[in-house]
Design a protein around this ligand. Structure first.
Ligand code: BG6
Length: 489
């Protein structure tokens, strides 16, 4: 791996502190960082190299960390003081970076407000920090990429004026999660699944991401975004593509992303007259989470009293292709739910003949494959077997992968992604057409909801969301699966 300089715009912010520095540190511990990698923090605060290093020392010292590695990591940190809105700062940054102490391979990481992405890109272009003279340049963009289709297009146009597509890395941190990548391995390394993975055998698919947490001081961002933009347009649609895609020609970045785009393009558009039949939104009210009383969304600091921003979304999508036609994909996410969990649940159809009708079970329960992504990692199959005893009765048994459980060494998604940026691998980053097709899926819903500003359903914090969301199901025998341990009701 080549040496490089990792410039973080927004180095004094939350993302840098909570995700980027720890990920870089752990990569250093694992010996994965190039020796000459240096990190330049760009921020407005009155920090210096020394003060930033001292903070990092404090952050990583102790907890069984090797002092020599902490020392080595801190020596990589440099701080450049500046206001990213001021054009004069950029020539100074260019001179600083080209002064000889840094590798000419530059990564610019935008850990800043999305509204500033375009501005910083333009300023970098103005001082030719986008030009690959003597070293490569990479621009890393955090989500959200745009606010809707139109703003995403305009941001993309802006970035393309300054950077080539090959230089741009659009992050969706879900793709850095080992368990999410496991969806690909599970599907494409197990031949026995392929004949079943289609509309002939699968009744429906659920993708659920629930969180016990609320907005955690992010109301300023969240109230303008809402759950549909925050989770569905990005992470859950990405997960859907991995579950639904055709086998790619190879695992290189373009083949993989071509297949994901095909899925997104095949999602049946939702006309505004059908939004209510496909999407349901709600907002958390006060309630109890893990035995603690918590306030409702409207009482969170920074949330306007009349906000109708959704903290919960359930969405039904249909993919119009040979494999999936008429198989509903239910996507669901919510904050302040009973538990935090992410799971892909695949329900198979009933066997064509009810052979065991005489055995006092009304109907055989169908098979499920459950891919629990977090906090537990688990692959589970639910099968029917004969109950103990003289009767020929069936009951559900669970076949769990032996690796099920909490994986203590679970790598943070950012470690994998930052390593890929350093290595120049685009596979786990979003190509613009993916982003754009994902916006096309949710745009009609956003547009309609933007006009319906006087009412939103609520659900008590600590619940599994509003029961009204059940109306999305196309058949009466469909039910939400919330957690791995829940029996199908
Ligand atoms: C972020 C969203 O992208 O993903 C947050 O902005 C959400 O609102 C988070 O909580 C969930 O990520 P994870 O890795 O905790 O499942």
């Amino acid at each position: 791996m080549e040496d490089c300089t990792f410039v973080i715009f927004g180095a004094t912010g939350n993302l840098a502190r909570v995700k980027l520095l720890p990920a870089l540190y752990h990569l250093d511990v694992a010996g994965r960082l190039p020796e000459g990698l240096k990190v330049v923090g760009f921020g407005r605060r009155d920090w210096s190299d020394e003060s930033w290093r001292a903070q990092a020392q404090e952050m990583f010292a102790g907890a069984g960390n090797d002092p020599a590695v902490v020392e080595r990591f801190c020596a990589r940190l440099f701080f450049f003081r500046g206001d990213l809105g001021e054009a004069d700062v950029y020539p100074a940054l260019r001179d600083y970076l080209s002064g000889g102490q840094f590798s000419p391979n530059l990564i610019f990481y935008m850990a800043i407000r999305p509204a500033d992405f375009g501005k910083v890109s333009r300023h970098l272009g103005e001082v030719e920090l986008n030009r690959e003279n003597g070293g490569w340049r990479r621009l890393v963009i955090e989500k959200p990429f745009g606010y809707d289709l139109e703003s995403a297009e305009s941001l993309n146009r802006r970035l393309n004026q300054d950077f080539e597509e090959t230089q741009i890395y659009r992050i969706d941190h879900y793709l850095g999660k080992g368990t999410v990548q496991n969806v690909l391995v599970f599907r494409f390394a197990n031949l026995m699944l392929e004949p079943l993975w289609n509309r002939n055998y699968i009744d429906h698919v659920q993708i659920t991401h629930s969180e016990a947490l609320g907005t955690e001081g992010r109301a300023g961002y969240y109230d303008g975004a809402g759950a549909l933009r925050d989770m569905i347009q990005s992470h859950l649609l990405q997960l859907l593509t991995l579950v639904a895609m055709e086998p790619p020609a190879s695992l290189d970045a373009e083949s993989l992303r071509d297949e994901k785009v095909k899925v997104l393009r095949s999602i049946r558009p939702i006309p505004s007259s059908a939004v209510n039949a496909h999407a349901f939104r709600a907002q958390y009210a006060a309630g109890q989470v893990n035995g603690e009383q918590v306030q409702g969304y409207l009482d969170e600091p920074g949330v306007p009293q009349d906000s109708v921003t959704e903290t919960y979304v359930a969405l039904k999508l249909l993919i119009d292709n040979w494999r999936w036609r008429n198989v509903p994909f239910y996507l669901r996410t919510g904050k302040r739910m009973e538990k935090s969990n992410s799971m892909v649940s695949i329900r198979f159809k009933h066997p064509p003949q009810q052979l065991f009708r005489e055995t006092q079970i009304e109907r055989l329960k169908p098979n499920w494959i459950l891919l629990n992504l977090q906090p537990h990692e688990c692959i589970r199959m639910e099968m029917q077997v004969k109950q103990d005893g003289l009767e020929l009765r069936a009951e559900t048994t669970r076949l769990d992968a032996s690796s099920c459980g909490i994986n203590p060494s679970q790598l943070d998604a950012y470690q994998a992604l930052l390593l890929d940026v350093i290595d120049g691998d685009h596979s786990l980053f979003l190509r613009y057409d993916e982003v754009s097709w994902a916006w096309k899926v949710v745009d009609p819903i956003l547009k309609l909801w933007a006009t319906e500003r006087d009412f939103i359903h609520t659900y008590p914090s600590g619940s599994w969301g509003p029961p009204e969301a059940d109306r999305l199901f196309v058949r009466q025998d469909q039910r939400w699966r919330n957690l791995l341990e829940d029996e199908e009701s």
